[in-house]
Design a protein around this ligand. Structure first.
Ligand SMILES: *[C@@H]1O[C@H](CO)[C@@H](O)[C@H](O)[C@H]1NC(C)=O
Length: 121
């Protein structure tokens, strides 16, 4: 009984120690954004590089296609492409194959992928 009380008390203080800026039902690990954006900026169906880092020098991971709706979770500042210096991180199973996470230049994502909506990686 005593042990149980002690255990509950330490669990309670653990919960209190977690950051308070999460919504109810969310754990702190769920805080990453989840923003769906369309690939834009070239003709429909054209290939856009999705890269390992926020630069055109970074390794090519895969192509994404103009017109596709992809899920992004954050952005990094990097090489500017036509004046747009953000690179948006596309995650998960974006083409129904194995997950290949990579960065698309903000030049080629629609206006829902703002820095404010995504948050920094
Ligand atoms: C860069 O692209 C994003 C959309 O991906 C847009 O929200 C942002 O305003 C653009 N920034 C500039 C400087 O054009």
């Amino acid at each position: 009984m005593k042990l149980f009380t002690l255990l509950s008390l330490s669990l309670l203080s653990l919960a209190a120690a977690l950051p308070a800026d999460t919504e109810p039902g969310m754990t702190r690990w769920d805080k990453r954004s989840n923003v769906w954006c369309v690939v834009t900026g070239k003709t429909q169906g054209a290939n856009v590089h999705c890269r390992a880092g926020p630069s055109t020098d970074s390794k090519h991971v895969r192509y994404v296609k103009v017109g596709d709706l992809l899920r992004f979770t954050c952005y990094k500042k990097g090489e500017c492409v036509d004046g747009n210096c953000t690179w948006d991180y596309a995650v998960g199973n974006i083409y129904g194959d194995e997950p290949k996470n990579c960065y698309v230049s903000g030049r080629y994502t629609d206006d829902l992928c703002t820095a404010a909506a995504l948050g920094k990686c």
